[in-house]
Design a protein around this ligand. Sequence first.
Ligand code: AMP
Length: 282
Amino acid sequence: MQIFKEIEPLRAFLVEKRRAGLSIGFVPTMGALHAGHLSLIVASRAQNQITVCSIFINPIQFNNPNDLVSYPRTLDKDLTLLNSTGCDVLFCPDEAQMEMSVHSLLNFSFGTLETVMEGKFRPGHFNGVAKVVAKLLHIVEPDTAYFGQKDWQQFVIIRALVEGLRFNVKLQSVETVREQDGLAMSSRNLRLSEGQRKQATLLYSSLCQARQKLKAGDSILSVKEFVNETFRSKADFSLEYFEVVDSENLMPLNNVHEAERPMACIAAFAGNVRLIDNMFLL
Ligand code: AMP
């Protein structure tokens, strides 16, 4: 695997590959890689001749400074995993290289897409995400970029970014990879205590039960109350939101049949570790 820490040598390398007619797949990450990230690499490798992964912990997408400080950093292990998955190129720039600043004049706003769920509880988060993804897409110029379904709201916002700015890139969402008990794999899972980890399947089980109840005809309101109640009885966990939305535009639904592809989305704290998950409903 070729490793680049600077933008210009990476660009020069990729220009050559493009000139040779090779297609480029791109997987942006913040490192602490797990099987979820690797499934994106595998998807990219299946469809492209060159797969580029980036590892960059974007400081301006963390609205909570403690979350940034405690975000896991496991570069040696990441390199081993990327090598064994057949990734061709790793781009791991430092902060100076990426020049990310919340104070820069260029800012993104995504209207109603970012006033709900993650956007509502993490002010400024999607502006930070959009700034880094726009910059990375501009640097790598991939044919296709791959994102996990786990961060569905992020995917919808990046789709709006790409369509709005006419980026010449296809976007692909890849199904969430889960632990055996259903917990969505996440770099943040490393920060769970043993006890929290055992109970963390609560997010997934709530989504499964919600889906079952909605399929059986229960109202969204009653299902929301059910999920609220489930979390109320767990001392170590607190529910931040549970929403049933139209997965296309993220608008909350009153009835699952109002949308072609309704989705349930959940965010909860286990101690001070914030976890999210989602599930298509029908
Ligand atoms: P992150 O490093 O958390 O920024 O994630 C980088 C990419 O990996 C994003 O597109 C995530 O949606 C995706 N991802 C994270 N966890 C999973 C998972 N469990 N399954 C599939 N993709 C994932």
